[in-house]
Design a protein around this ligand. Sequence first.
Ligand SMILES: [Fe+2]
Length: 235
Amino acid sequence: MVDFHTHILPGIDDGSRDVELSLQMLYEELKNGVDHVVFTPHFYADHDSIDNFLKRRERSCRKLMAEIESDEELSRIKYAFGAEVYYFGGIGNAADVRKLCILDTDILLLEMPFCQWTDAMYEDVAKLIRKQKLTIILAHIERYIDFQKKKDVWDRIFELPVIPQMNAGPFMDWKRRRKVLKLADAQEMILLGSDAHNMDSRKPNLAAACSWIQKKLGEEFLSGQERLEQQLLGV
Ligand SMILES: [Fe+2]
């Protein structure tokens, strides 16, 4: 199983603070049956340039991979590098965002704003897909829905060929699980991600959510996810 959304790289964002915590999180991924981890640290265009971000990511990766190489169990996991790119006005025309795709793929994990979505946001997402020919994974879609008092832009964005990603956590929260299950069921398919940041409140947690979703939505829903994972990363 692939975890497409993680903040496990050390010292680069509000996720893991150091290598030791990153290693603990990777062991937790193994316990959850994850054999492929995509590192997706936050990228904010108003705080950082793409090239500087890539240098910081490279430094963080080097530190962590040096430890992983000497660890037999963690060496069995496959690793991929990407980013969780926060939306900015004009992103649809920013050709160098391609550098933030997962490895050499055309797959970009896009975090949308936590507000009412606008026509301009729709246009940018559409340009990323149609003009820049990127495959867009929309990060944790369950976190935006309460802001969409008007659903027209939301509906139009989901008519685009975007891949909706949902976090595992809300499926395990009895107060939220009904609502997120309904949202998942309304999608043709979703990617599950842990969006893990630490070993406390937001730890790697795909296994429990997977089995619960499987119980509620059936085997087919998850086998669809597996097919999508293979298609996306060739694993
Ligand atoms: Fe995230």
